[in-house]
Design a protein around this ligand. Structure first.
Ligand SMILES: *Cc1c(COP(=O)(O)O)cnc(C)c1O
Length: 375
């Protein structure tokens, strides 16, 4: 029997009645776009986050792109971000014509190093895009100060951090725009692609709707009678969430708190079993980790990975190699050695199974296999 990183079918079975009912509701209504599910989900998620506005999009990548556009980032601008993340950050920044500036990370949180970020600010810097890696929030209070000192936009990539907190406040209100992904493997997983942005600024929320909704005001689609003609005020893509995904997410949202609690309990169980065996991930004071990934570090990572697989434990090494060392970005000439903390971590990190599809006994078995290897 293999201990899996993900088991989407099992999670579906847990919520099957609610999910089936939600999908059936959309199908019966015939409203596959511009229906009630997306706006309802937006309201429900904004409430859950404690945010003023939430705008649904078609993916996490679309959220990052929409945030950049809504905040006016464009050609000639530089955006500071990290390299130990998905390609989505670089893709989004390049897609608006801006330039990616990767900076190094903090060795404990593995999130953006605020000092390195400050040192990278130039007159062309327009925005900061920290990533809440694995679910540990980036240092948003300090990054907010840095952004304010230089008049920069702050876009938080919280695609891995739904439910993370700083000083008792949920991630979602600490940046100009906070971006989320509802890809199937994230905390709140859709059955395809989905994402969204939270913001405290009503004008920014309206712009997010516009740039993710082919440049037309959302209100036109809900007006009665519906306008006869089109009215595009900006050239942009269709990056909206579809109604079926919104219905699925609405069905799963009531279970989110419980799945977060289970992740936290599992992380605690791992910490108890592994603290003196490998380098375990830490939670900084005043921070609540959302534990999307449980990522340990060891010197001989590949050997431990092979041992785990041989003993029926799936594992992964996300996000490696870091972006600056990916073939596609060799052209930027940021070679090996340019982001030393990120690179050392990339060589040592290993993600273990965590999530609501697992039982305590599964975590105990992973602990046993890791300890067996270390002995
Ligand atoms: C998942 C993820 C994204 C992209 O989200 P998609 O929905 O897959 O487009 C962006 N950033 C991070 C850190 C992610 O984990």
């Amino acid at each position: 029997m293999t201990i899996l990183l993900y088991d989407r079918a099992k999670l579906y079975r847990n919520d099957r009645e609610r999910i089936d009912a939600g999908i059936a509701r959309v199908l019966a209504s015939g409203r596959f776009d511009w229906g009630e599910e997306v706006p309802q989900f937006e309201n429900e998620l904004a409430d859950w986050l404690g945010a003023s506005h939430f705008v649904a999009t078609g993916s996490g990548t679309a959220s990052l792109t929409a945030a950049l556009r809504a905040l006016g980032v464009g050609p000639g601008d530089q955006v500071i971000t990290v390299a130990n993340t998905e390609m989505a950050n670089s893709t989004a920044i390049h897609s608006v014509g801006a330039e990616v500036v990767w900076v190094d990370t903090d060795p404990v949180t593995r999130c953006m190093d605020v000092g390195a970020c400050a040192a990278a600010v130039t007159p062309r810097t327009r925005a900061l895009m920290p990533v809440d890696l694995y679910g540990h929030p980036a240092d948003m209070p300090q990054l907010r100060r840095l952004a304010d000192d230089h008049g920069l936009a702050l876009i938080e990539d919280a695609c891995l951090a739904l439910g993370a907190e700083i000083d008792g406040r949920r991630i979602g209100t600490l940046a100009d725009v906070t971006c989320f992904s509802f890809a199937p493997g994230k905390h709140l997983g859709s059955f395809g692609n989905a994402g969204g942005c939270s913001t405290e600024d009503a004008d920014v929320a309206e712009r997010l709707q516009l740039v993710a909704g082919d440049g037309q005001a959302r209100s036109r689609h809900y007006a009665v009678p519906r306008p006869l003609a089109l009215h595009h005020v900006e050239e942009s893509r269709n990056d909206r969430m579809d109604e079926i995904q919104a219905a699925v997410l609405r069905a799963k949202l009531p279970g989110l708190d419980e799945t977060l609690a289970r992740r936290r309990a599992q992380a605690k169980r791992y910490a108890e079993g592994l603290a003196n065996v490998v380098t375990i991930p830490l939670e900084k004071a005043g921070r609540l980790h959302a534990w999307r990934n449980y990522v340990i570090e060891v010197d001989d990572r590949d050997a431990l990975a092979a041992h785990l697989v041989m003993h029926g434990v799936q594992c992964n090494a996300l996000y490696t190699p870091p972006m600056h060392l990916q073939p596609v970005y060799e052209k930027f000439g940021r070679g090996r050695g340019s982001l030393p903390v990120t690179e050392v971590s990339a060589a040592r990190l290993l993600g273990l199974p965590i999530g609501p599809h697992l039982e305590d006994a599964d975590i105990d078995e992973v602990v046993r296999v890791v300890r067996q290897w270390a002995a």
